[in-house]
Design a protein around this ligand. Structure first.
Ligand code: SAH
Ligand code: SF4
Ligand code: F3S
Length: 464
């Protein structure tokens, strides 16, 4: 049988360079953009030089994140002009949350950008690329379309590897005083459970053993179930845990206000749900939690942590803290330090408050000066890093299951993650990839663990 030759446009390979800033959801979205463009012949490459298309997937969460975009655009301008001078073309696209929030400004400040697209428009990329080829000015798409992008994304996706992200929920209706997400990602939307389960099965068939479910408020998930009823996160976790070969489940980010009994029970009852929860608290002061519109008190947060620990005694927590939100006084900062001490975190992210245009806090009185913000942030970080180091050190001498994901820091090393998301390095090779193997922890350092394969130990004993 003879095959007809594909049309040149389909056969021609084009180089696609993707860069992602910000949260894990952006990492997932970046992968999906590559999937959308694959049928057009675009193949991801590792460097921007000479690429036929460049997509910058941006983050708007803090001012620094936005600044990075404009400096990167300046650099790419030269690269694009050089390619054009040599008779080539380079399509330059800005995607993500800065595109959504500052689309018009990008077009004015960087007129060499060809495409500006918000997080809800990725499925329209092929059509936008075609339009960009004909248009004299940038093609801008920053609506929140009525149709859901997830229904229009291709089923086929490039493998993510042993650990993978899967977005199940997007957008946020919480409107915390400081945060741009409700404006950049739009209102809350949950994907149907069936679509999530199908995607998870495809990932597992491609070699994934651990899936992190993503959502700006992942535990507000309320997707339509195959039974026509609304499924919460816990129901979804039970169904995912039944997929053979899917050994580990995580989810992020949870809002303390949306944790229910079922979610707590899922940690108790489903072995695949890892004993680790990222639960941002932002502040330990009730006055600040109210100003931030978080919808819970410090005491309520602590009670939640206690209930989760009762259900799953080995559960560890990580959190987000903001230092210097408008109106924060020394006593509020002290309350944050007290909450951190009371809970004891295994990991953390901490930030200096950054005013974001259009958010309520940006216009609030009683700004905290930079020096005070810095001092408080340093105190918060010093305490949290001490707790993280203590948590890691507490694993010394224990044997823990490690899922191996890739090469280690040094030659001859391979690395993976514990159930508590700690990176572990052992002497080993690529034959470990994708395996969950018992590892004896020899040393717990502040940022990683060093261990020894248990079966290596046994082999040595047998040889002796
Ligand atoms: N949906 C998640 C957080 C998303 S943003 C949640 O509800 O917790 C990630 C973190 O960035 C937030 O938890 C917060 O700690 C931080 N952040 C958000 N806006 C910020 C701002 N304007 N300044 C400093 N940190 C901020
Ligand atoms: Fe932002 Fe608050 Fe929504 Fe988290 S819950 S995404 S911090 S508005
Ligand atoms: Fe940044 Fe948007 Fe994520 S602002 S943190 S990329 S949702």
């Amino acid at each position: 049988m003879t095959h007809s030759t594909p049309p040149a446009a389909l056969g021609a390979k084009k180089r696609l360079f993707l860069r992602s800033w910000g949260c894990q959801m952006n990492v997932y979205d970046t992968g999906r953009m590559a999937d959308v463009l694959a049928p057009l012949g675009y193949e991801p490459v590792d460097a921007p030089e000479g690429a036929d298309m460049i997509i910058l997937n941006t983050c708007h969460i803090r001012e620094k994140a936005t600044d990075k975009l404009f400096s990167e655009l300046g650099r790419l301008r030269g690269m694009k002009e050089k390619k054009q001078a040599a008779g080539g073309e380079m399509v330059l696209a800005v995607a993500g949350c800065v595109a959504q929030a500052e689309g018009k400004e990008i077009v004015i400040r960087a007129p060499w950008v060809d495409i500006v697209l918000g997080p809800q428009s990725y499925h329209r990329l092929p059509e936008m690329v075609a339009r960009a080829g004909r248009a004299a000015r940038a093609v801008v798409e920053t609506d929140f379309p009525v149709e859901e992008k997830f229904d229009h994304l291709p089923e086929a996706s490039a493998p993510q590897g042993v650990t993978a992200f899967l977005t199940i929920q997007e957008g946020c209706d919480k409107f915390c005083s400081f945060c741009v997400v409700p404006y950049t990602r739009g209102s809350e939307y949950s994907r149907p459970a069936q679509a999530v389960l199908a995607e998870a099965r495809r990932m597992v068939a491609q070699g994934t053993r651990e899936i992190s479910l993503l959502g700006q408020n992942v535990n507000a998930y309320h997707g339509e179930g195959p039974d026509g009823r609304e499924w919460g996160l816990a129901r979804l976790l039970y169904a995912l845990a039944e997929i053979p070969g899917l050994d580990r489940l995580r989810y992020t980010t949870s809002h303390p206000r949306d944790i229910d009994e079922a979610q707590i029970a899922a940690h108790r009852d489903i072995p695949a749900v890892m004993p680790f929860l990222h639960l941002p608290v932002q502040s330990g002061s009730d006055r600040m939690l109210e100003a931030m519109n978080r919808g819970h008190t410090a005491e309520e947060y602590i009670r939640l942590v206690d209930r989760l620990r009762e259900a799953r005694p080995d559960i560890a927590f990580s959190t987000d803290i903001i230092s210097g939100h408008p109106g924060e006084k020394d006593e509020d900062h002290a309350a944050t330090m007290a909450l951190i001490r009371r809970v004891g975190f295994a990991q953390f992210f901490s930030f200096k408050y950054s005013p974001r245009p259009g958010t309520p806090a940006a216009g609030a009185p009683y700004r905290v000066d930079e020096a005070t913000k810095d001092r408080r942030l340093q105190e918060v970080q010093a305490l949290l890093i001490e707790q993280q180091a203590a948590f890691n050190a507490s694993k010394t001498g224990q044997t823990v299951p490690v899922l191996f994901t890739g090469a280690g820091r040094q030659p001859g090393q391979f690395s993976g993650r514990t159930p508590w998301l700690q990176p572990v390095h052992v002497a080993g090779d690529a034959s470990l990839l994708g395996q969950i193997v018992p590892v004896r922890i020899l040393a717990g350092q502040p940022y990683s663990l060093h261990g020894e394969l248990l079966h290596a130990l046994q082999q040595e004993k047998n040889a002796a």
